[in-house]
Design a protein around this ligand. Structure first.
Ligand code: N2P
Length: 363
């Protein structure tokens, strides 16, 4: 009897101790872009799966790349842009996805998946998360006051032509801090191939950037959201959804600031950010559960409705606000002048990094 009691006691204790321990053991470490998820997405995932989430953010592919290529990212899911993804796949940085653990894969837009095969053949390593464009966000009132009728609010000239940029110096210009994001835009503005492999093209881009450098308040890839919303800067080269989020924040604050976004007529980059599982991931099942949940129609729509980036999820469209689906800045109409990033040779990559350092230091 005594023996049985001890056994029972052990069994009960064992259950009590091990169950919560097991639940607490289930975690997933996610590394995503800042300002890029729905308000309650993490909470919903935790509630539905019992997996707890460690969620860290970055604001540049370069920062993410350093971690991923070190082979010790410390994360289970990361979200590089498709051209960076391609490079990381070649370096052997990711594990293949097990699609049998991602039943929501069927929700994805098949045309988009076909395009993404340029970076990831057979879509073997990554699922699209959100996509968007890079463009210009500006404070409507300040630009009108400083440039009047002349304001080229349909062109990169607003920032890339010293004639205009010099007049905006005082109210504040910000530019994304990324060679890979900005140099292709400058090349494209100059009428050159945005994916040029000719080093002398980068000299031309450098010369143009140095001609406006003095007018630039800062290079940063996330701070502009708050600063545009508060009126601390008046122009930003930034990502579509981030600028719409700045506009929404200004509206909520009722501070009288109107933030607008445009895709310059000379053309811009359209990109997609991709969910992938690094080789060193410790929680591979949980990583698949995360990816699967992000591809749920309602969750996908919640994300887009909050961050105002395009959704790769066809099934989500039924739940996405009409205002977003019909917005030309989010779902650009046919005929919009758009290009995509290509994977460039390592040599050119180095040229870009050096060029960027020179531009930022102003020398
Ligand atoms: C979100 C920025 C994501 C877009 N803040 C960059 N590819």
């Amino acid at each position: 009897m005594q023996h049985l009691n001890t056994l029972l006691c052990r069994a009960v204790l064992g259950t009590l101790l091990s169950l919560p321990a097991l639940a607490a053991d289930k975690t997933v470490k996610v590394y995503n872009w800042s300002d890029y998820i729905g308000e309650d997405t993490i909470e919903k995932f935790e509630g539905a799966t019992g997996i707890s989430v460690t969620y860290d953010v970055f604001d540049s592919n370069e920062v993410l790349e350093a971690k991923v290529l070190s082979g010790q990212s410390g994360y289970d899911v990361v979200v590089p842009t498709s051209d960076y993804l391609a490079r990381h796949i070649k370096a052997g940085a990711y594990q293949k996805l097990d699609k049998s653990k991602i039943p929501n894969w069927k929700n994805l837009d098949t045309d988009l998946l076909a395009t993404l095969e340029n970076y990831d053949p057979d879509n073997a390593y990554a699922a699209p998360y959100q996509w968007g464009t890079t463009g210009i966000g500006y404070n409507a009132e300040k630009i009108a006051a400083l440039l009047g009728e002349d304001a080229p609010t349909d062109s990169w000239a607003l920032v890339f032509d010293p004639k205009y940029a010099s007049k905006l110096k005082g109210c504040g210009i910000s530019i994304l801090d990324s060679a890979g994001e900005v140099l292709p835009l400058v090349l494209n503005y100059l009428g050159l191939d945005p994916n040029s492999t000719n080093p002398s093209d980068y000299e031309k881009a450098e010369a143009l950037m140095l001609s406006v450098r003095d007018n630039v308040r800062y290079f940063h890839s996330s701070r502009y959201i708050t600063d545009l919303a508060n009126g601390d800067i008046c122009v930003a080269i930034g990502w579509s959804g981030d600028i719409f989020q700045a506009a929404a924040r200004a509206e909520e604050a009722e501070n009288g600031i109107e933030v607008l976004y445009y895709i310059p007529k000379e053309g811009t980059a359209m990109w997609a950010d991709m969910m992938a599982i690094p080789k060193d991931a410790k929680n591979v099942d949980e990583a698949h559960a995360w990816i699967n949940m992000m591809l749920d129609a309602q969750i996908g729509a919640d994300i887009t409705n909050y961050v105002w980036y395009g959704s790769p999820n066809k099934a989500a469209e039924a739940y996405i606000d009409e205002e977003i689906l019909s917005h030309p800045g989010i779902y650009p109409p046919e005929g919009t002048n758009l290009f995509t990033f290509k994977v460039l040779p390592t040599k050119i990559d180095r040229v870009m990094t050096r060029t960027w350092t020179k531009i930022k230091s102003g020398k």
